[in-house]
Design a binder for this molecule. Sequence first.
Ligand SMILES: [Zn+2]
Length: 713
Amino acid sequence: MARRSARLLAVLCLAAAPAVAQLRMTEVPIAGPAGVDSLARLGFEVADVRRVNGRLYAVIVTEPRGERRLATVGYLVEPVTIAANATTTPADTYHVFRSFDKPVSGIRATLAAWAAADTLIHVDSIGASLEGRPILAVKIGAAADAPGRPNVLFLGTHHAREWISTEMAMRLIRWLADSLPASQLAARDIWVIPVENPDGYQYTFTTDRLWRKNRRPNGDGTYGVDPNRNYPTFWGVDNSGSSPVTGSEIYRGPSSGSELETQAIVAFHAAHPPVISVSYHSYTGLVLYPYGFRPGELAPDQQVFQALAGTDLAPFVLDSVPASIRTTYHSGPGWTLYPTNGEYTEWAYRTHKTIAYTTELTSGCCTPDSGYYYGFAFPDDSVLVERVFRDNLPFAVLAIQDAGALPVATARVESVWPEVRVSLEAAAPAPASLTVRNASGQLLTRNALADSLWRGRLWYSWRSDVSVDTARAVRVNGAGLTAELISLAGAEDGETGWTGWTRSAEALMGSWSWSATGEDTLTSPSVDLRGRTRIWLQLWNKHRGSIYVPAQRGLVQFSPDSGATWSNVYAVTGDGPGWYPVRVDLPAATGAAGARVRFIATGGISWWVDAVGFASDSTNVFQILTTTASLGVSENPVRGNQVVVSWPVGASAARVGIYTFTGNRLIAATVTPPNNEFVWDLTAGGRRVPNGAYLVVVQVDGKVSRQRLFVVR
Ligand SMILES: [Zn+2]
């Protein structure tokens, strides 16, 4: 996205207490909602978006050094006065929203009253904040927890100003106690922590409505650690996903897990590890899941995360807030918003295998007249707040249901080329090896010790550490999985039949990828898939886009009839600056005579695609290896550059010999099980052997098999 030169308008925060005198609210003119993402990429959190005299401004709370940094990248700084409503000291007199400490109606008092009146609501403190406020955990259902019951956890307000997240949590407590069937309550241990950060939350009611962090004095005049950058997983792995600067809105703290609030959550999880958790934030309208720390990184449990939250093509959570910029919540890995580290869901997932989500509640608005996002300042309107709650209730109920039996994922090959990626059942025995066949029929064996095999909650994810640019088929030995590429395209010169898009030197493999410039459609040539079954589309992609602009997205469509009819099969939104693979199952492609795909970029998304191919799980490319004959050869007479010799796998190592017909031994090799094949490149001693007849002898488990072979190149 082109960087705009813009004026930066700065004001002193009217409510600045001495401790936060360094912080100022600044407004940055932006051309449209996409400007919010540009600022996020620079490390600024946009507190609000407002329209003044017809122009759109992003509101940022930052220090003078942040303003200077903006200036160094092209923004001009100029002070200006600001409407009083956003910065005056908030009074604790809202209709819907309530502070933590407020007598009678505050969060603490309300929970105490509910617990006193309702036998299904139990309130306990799991720790205390720096200012001595309890971090309250509410259990709905039986008072005692049982090890046999799955734990489900809902969290609100890590970030102080995100009041709607606490209201979401409070309404959820009430609804669960009033409306969840008793049988479901009895089958789960359901917990809600409505305010993770009580000091910061209280501060937003008394002093600074847009305060984000907790209230730790950092010893240098600044206050606060970002509680959602302080968790011990991936803590501080870089300075874009969190900041070492004390005054930053995303300051990660002096050490991992340094904050009392973090320690309380860590201890709670050790005692009650949730199967599923949902951490509510605001705003944007999305459901994020691990990973978020590095663009392009996918969790081994990606299929499970998607099974609950849906995809951009079939989202689970709807947004019914009037005039909201989104009608559905985007779901995807955390980095589709922006990278974060030391963040809750990654810690819970990595530490407790919790299927953990961050729900960023709706942006609300823009309303046509004001042009404002509601942003953090969600209206103090019980009807609108209830709508947000109702939009998000089905996902909460689904989490409670699925915590008893997580969705079943499929063991499958995720990508054949150029990097082999495989998802495997954790319950299955660890596979011994991968066999990869390249374009000329040669076989390459990889084993799990040499490559990356990551374990998720349910699944292994196997990434071959070698890129096999010419991989055409893969078999997971011992797991019953094979996949073969039927067609492939990498945007290289000489590949014909593709239309639209341009070639980009930002390639995953080879020299080129396909790149969308503006609104543009890339259409593939037709591929004959007659006789083929179990077909899927593999592609690798990356993208730069804004979740705040729903029109900005990428859509993949499939046609079985050479382009006469098309259907949507995959969609992508947001940011994905690192290459990652996508597998799209295409049941409609079975036996199609004219299979085509097209990639439709809209709304100004930048989108790169490479390593595209139709693949099939039902492949006979390795069939020769399962022959019951004593010896198999891939070709006889041999007309190519090599021949594959195979035999029924034995208990002990096989000895392979290849002889001339006059009895000279050319090749002697030993192959250990479970491998049961040998690729001869038709050379001996580094030289090509002449055409003619040869003898192959394989000894395995005391049995000797012979095969006559003719080479007729
Ligand atoms: Zn937040």
